[in-house]
Every structure is written in C-alpha cells, then in structure tokens.
Design a protein around this ligand. Sequence first.
Ligand SMILES: NC(=O)c1ccc[n+]([C@@H]2O[C@H](COP(=O)([O-])OP(=O)(O)OC[C@H]3O[C@@H](n4cnc5c(N)ncnc54)[C@H](O)[C@@H]3O)[C@@H](O)[C@H]2O)c1
Length: 331
Amino acid sequence: MLRVAVIGAGRIGKVHAQTVASHPQAELVAVCDPIGTAAEDLAARFGAKAYKDADALFADADVDAVIIGSPTAAHAPQVLGATRAGKAVLVEKPVAKDVEEARALEAELATFDHPPVMVGFQRRYDPSIRRAKELADAGELGDIEQVVIVARDPQPPSAEYVAGSGGLFKDMTIHDFDEARFFIGDIVEVSAFGQNVLPELKGTGDFDAAFVLLRGKDGAVASITNNRRCVTGYDQRLEVHGSKGSVSMDNWRETTLSVNTAETSGVQQPYLNFFLQRYADAYRDELTAFIDAINNGTEVSPTVADGVAALVVAQAAEESAHSGRTVRLDA
Ligand SMILES: NC(=O)c1ccc[n+]([C@@H]2O[C@H](COP(=O)([O-])OP(=O)(O)OC[C@H]3O[C@@H](n4cnc5c(N)ncnc54)[C@H](O)[C@@H]3O)[C@@H](O)[C@H]2O)c1
C-alpha cells in the first residue's frame, strides 16, 4: 500500500483524500493544512494524521507520496520540499504560479535524483478523452486537423479564490491548454479574447470567460471556450476532427434516459454537477498511474515539462487577450 498524504484540505484536497482512501493500492495517512481545523477535520474522516506545517509532514518517514492541492502559490516550494525529502509528488495544476517559477522548478528538479513528479491534469485519464487519444494515436482519425474544447463551470469560485488563482488562463484554461497539447502537440500560435460577464468578479481585475485559438506545431488548430458560470451545469465537451474521422464527447448525465411526452421530446437529466462528479473516474485513474510510476517505473504523464508548457501557453493567452494581438511561441 502506498502511504499518501494530501496537502491542502480545500475543494480538490477533499476529492483527492476520498480518492486515495477508496483506492485498493493506497492509504491516506496524513492531511496537511495550516488554516483553522481544516486538516484535523478532513484527517478525522479517514483516521489519518493532521499537520499544519508542510515541512513537518515532509519529515514524516511514514509518508511515501504527497498530493499537493494547496493554493497555487505554494505548489513549487512544496514540490521541492517533498522531493528533497524523498517523497513522490502529484501536484495540482498549475505546477507553479507563473512560467518563470515553473522553469526554475523544472531546472532545480533536474539537479537531484527524486521519485516521480506528476502534474494533476486529470482529463488525460478521463475514459472518454483517453479513448479519443488512443484512437488518434492509432491513426483511426487520420491526420488531426481541428480540436474543439468547451469547458464551463457551473458557478464561479469566490472572488478571494480568483484573486489568488493566477488568473483565468493559468487557473482554468490551463486544463484546456493541456488537453489541446494532448491532441495537437506543442503550441506555436495563440490568439485569445477575454470577457467580463460576471459582475461579482469585476473587482478581481481578471477575465471570467474567454475564447482562445491555438495552432499546433504540425498545423492543426484548437478552439477553447471557457466560462466561469454556466447555468446549465458543468459543461465539458470535446471534438477531435481528423482527415479520416472524428470523435466527440458530450456532457455526462446520471443516466442515459431520454424522456418523451406529448409536450416535449428528448428531455434528459442535467449534466453531472462539477469536477468531483464528472472527473471521479479520472482522479482514480490518475492516482493509479501515479502509483504505477512509483512502484513499476512506468512513464509519468503529465510531466513537469507538460506543466511548464501549459503555463507558457497560458501566459501567451494573457498577453494576447490584453494586447489584441496573436502571440507566436516559435519565433
Ligand atoms: N484538477 C482539478 O480538477 C482541480 C480542481 C480544483 C482546484 N484545483 C487546483 O487545486 C488547488 C487548490 O484549489 P481548491 O479549489 O481546492 O482551493 P481551496 O481554496 O478550496 O482549498 C485550498 C486549501 O489549501 C489550504 N492552504 C492554504 N495555504 C496552504 C499551504 N501553504 N499549505 C497547505 N495548504 C494550504 C487552505 O486552507 C484551503 O483549505 C489550486 O491550485 C487549483 O488550481 C485543481
């Protein structure tokens, strides 16, 4: 059993704690959170130890691996603290608060031997997205020409969260940048439009919705539509179009029932509400891949380099949205 600790007992920390506790090859041994009783409360649910201080957790010999779900600004220092203490790391996105810090982290990690470090772009492990990737890799879709990604959250996070998030592109669109890279490879051109549609987030100075166009190194293009608020639920769709065929992923619902009456037809249940429900399988399979990398030396995916690359695209999107110009990354 891999002895795992979760750092950060907030929204995603709770998801990871539950995922670890219910995984047959893992055991939740500790939770760390410096604020109030967050660590104690979450740890108590699973009979785990509680820590307020991450350094004290890193010194715990009974911990093999950590999952970092603390606020973004803490990611890079905690990755280094954990790896220096010999712990394997699954770190939430974004891998660091900006490109500079992410590159410094990558460079530092290259200077010493450490267990695997994986980045939490869990969509790579979503059964539909993974199947789409397998079909693309097997040549079933021919040459990939266009990718369409729609990602809208059911409701926005607090203004406080947004203020510390690094901004829409680094916080939210970063998942879509990794998803686009998954299918069309490295990105060479970025064009972005930002929007402010939510009055409650105006004071944050950040965009709350966006439309982004990307061009991959082999000429394929991707479009990304984001919104921090979607009254119809957690809207997660994907289409991958190639020269021989295409795949499309619709929203998930609790059942596949379609209800028809004299007044309406094709009425379905609402979309699964949010990331906890929609990506539950992905978080589980992400954890399995992390455990495999630690126990069996299988390839880590996504890597810190993938985390850096996604941040580079996010920074370019920010620049494009503010300047109104397309940003080239291969110049
Ligand atoms: N992959 C995903 O689907 C996904 C979903 C949500 C959030 N995230 C990422 O996870 C991170 C946390 O997001 P969240 O929504 O859970 O935030 P949150 O605000 O709900 O929770 C963060 C928690 O971290 C604690 N904390 C603060 N400083 C800390 C520190 N130095 N060390 C340890 N814990 C600390 C806070 O007390 C809080 O309990 C962000 O980087 C976010 O981008 C990823």
